[in-house]
Design a protein around this ligand. Structure first.
Ligand code: HEC
Ligand code: HEC
Length: 297
């Protein structure tokens, strides 16, 4: 009989260890979430995650902050609770609101465990001393308290809730697309206040991220990717190769090269399952390509 308490203690300890932060999982999540795309200024040879990348938007130019563990210029003095609040609520340790150019509306949907693993991983990257560059915004967008209004209109914090009636694969795909991949941040068109346009989920934008064209990725046959076979969509997400032989360019090339290409086969398949299930929206954002025999010489 006396052996039981010891056994239970052992099982509990095993559970606590298993539930502790997992660095490999953190690195995987970090890639799926594309944190490095924005927080590394690759164009100017910037150090990983030291920030300084310019994000040009119709509202102004944002410069991403340093998220390495440097104590003075990065997150070195942050606690896990600070990090959790940044992703879940879009607020800094001092309570200030973040601009939605940091896609916390998507990251708010991450699970508690995934935020913990991401934080464990971020603490292991080399600290870099590099001061943050201020954003360049018109005066009327500078006061951060204004962002409380934006949040009231367009931000619903809280972790992803699996949809009842959908299977585990669909729900995993939804989590990867909505929470981690923040695909809607670029692929859903916005209104003038920066909120997503209703009924236009993933329907593309003529002048989206950095002013460029972002295609419609709903299953609409004429204007979206409804004619792509499942295998073609999976190949594109893994390699960037389109069914017509073109390869992904610009921001999507970064999303794939720094992120999606590292994901497991089941995760890519789950994303394809989810993407092929979203409502088809007819929204033409790109000019139809000329058929091959229409080329002029
Ligand atoms: C689309 C670009 C983009 C992506 C992707 C992105 N961020 Fe950011 N992030 C920003 C911007 C811009 C800010 C500054 C927001 C502000 O000043 O209000 C920011 C701010 C932050 C902050 C607050 C830093 C501080 O000093 O207050 C943290 C922490 C952070 N990001 C972590 C992450 C993590 C972790 C990921 C991946 C899960 C990530 N970011 C992905 C653009 C991005
Ligand atoms: C930073 C902005 C951005 C994010 C985030 C983003 N995309 Fe894209 N995506 C683009 C752009 C821009 C293109 C067009 C690429 C090109 O011109 O080759 C594109 C192209 C695509 C295409 C090809 C469509 C076509 O008709 O050629 C698919 C499929 C796609 N994205 C899926 C996704 C998925 C799934 C996610 C989330 C994991 C995602 N994208 C996240 C910007 C983005």
């Amino acid at each position: 009989m006396a052996r039981w308490p010891a056994l239970i203690a052992l099982l509990l300890a095993g559970h606590v260890l298993a539930a502790g932060p997992d660095l490999a999982a953190g690195e995987y999540l970090f890639r799926a979430a594309g944190c490095a795309n924005c927080h590394t200024d690759r164009e100017h040879g910037g150090a990983p995650l030291a920030g300084g990348r310019k994000l040009a938007t119709p509202l102004g130019d944002f410069y991403t902050p340093n998220i390495t563990p440097d104590p003075d210029t990065g997150l070195g003095r942050w606690t896990e609770a600070d990090f959790r609040r940044a992703l879940r609520e879009g607020r800094g340790p001092d309570g200030r609101h973040y601009y939605p150019s940091f896609p916390y509306a998507a990251y708010s949907r991450l699970s508690d465990a995934d935020i913990g693993n991401l934080w464990a991983y971020l603490k292991t990257v080399p600290p870099v001393r590099q001061a943050n560059r201020p954003h360049v915004l018109p005066w009327y967008l500078q006061p951060r308290p204004l962002l409380a209004g934006w949040k009231r209109l367009y931000f619903r914090p809280g972790p992803f809730v699996p949809e009842a009636g959908k299977d585990a694969v669909w729900n995993r795909g939804a989590y990867l697309v909505r929470a981690l991949g923040h695909c809607a941040e670029c692929h859903t068109p916005r209104n003038r206040l920066g909120g997503f346009r209703i009924g236009m989920y993933l329907a593309g934008d003529k002048a989206g991220a950095e002013g460029g064209l972002v295609p419609n990725i709903t299953p609409d046959k004429a204007t979206g990717i409804g004619r792509w076979r499942r295998g073609e969509l999976i190949d594109y997400l893994k390699t960037g190769m389109r069914p017509d032989g073109d390869s992904a360019g610009g921001l999507m090339a970064e999303v794939i090269d720094n992120g999606l290409k590292y994901l497991s086969e089941p995760d890519i398949e789950a994303m394809a399952t989810y993407l092929q299930s979203v409502p088809a929206v007819t929204h033409a954002v790109r000019k139809p390509k000329p058929a091959r025999d229409e080329f002029e010489y």
